[in-house]
Design a binder for this molecule. Structure first.
Ligand code: ZN
Ligand code: ZN
Length: 94
C-alpha cells in the first residue's frame, strides 16, 4: 500500500499567513489517516469530525479529527478481498 500526501497546501505560508509548524503537523496527521482510509476501501464520510470527511477547504481539515468515527471504523473491521484474492478469482485482471 502506497499513499502520497503533498504538504504544500497544508502550510499556512501557501495562503500568505505566518508559518505554524504545529498546525502543519496536525493537518498532515489527518491526511495521513484519510488517504490510507481510501486505500482500505473507505469512501468519504458525512460526519464533519471524522477523518474520512472530505476536506474541500482547509477549514474542513482543521475541524475534523485524526480518528475514524464508528461507521467508518465498522467498515474497516469488515473482511475484504485483497487484490491478490481478486486476481485469483479473475485471473485476466478484469
Ligand atoms: Zn478523500
Ligand atoms: Zn466516518
Amino acid at each position: 500500500m502506497v499513499c502520497l500526501i503533498s504538504l504544500a497546501r497544508l502550510r499556512q505560508e501557501y495562503y500568505g499567513r505566518p508559518a505554524d509548524g504545529e498546525l502543519v503537523v496536525e493537518r498532515t496527521v489527518k491526511e495521513a489517516v484519510h488517504e490510507p482510509g481510501h486505500t482500505c476501501g473507505l469512501a468519504h464520510c458525512d460526519n464533519p469530525v471524522c477523518a474520512m470527511f472530505f476536506s474541500n477547504y482547509l477549514e474542513d481539515t482543521d475541524r475534523k479529527g485524526p480518528d475514524f468515527y464508528p461507521s467508518c471504523r465498522a467498515q474497516l473491521a469488515k473482511p475484504r478481498l485483497r487484490s491478490r484474492d481478486v486476481r485469483r478469482i479473475h485471473p485476466a485482471g478484469v
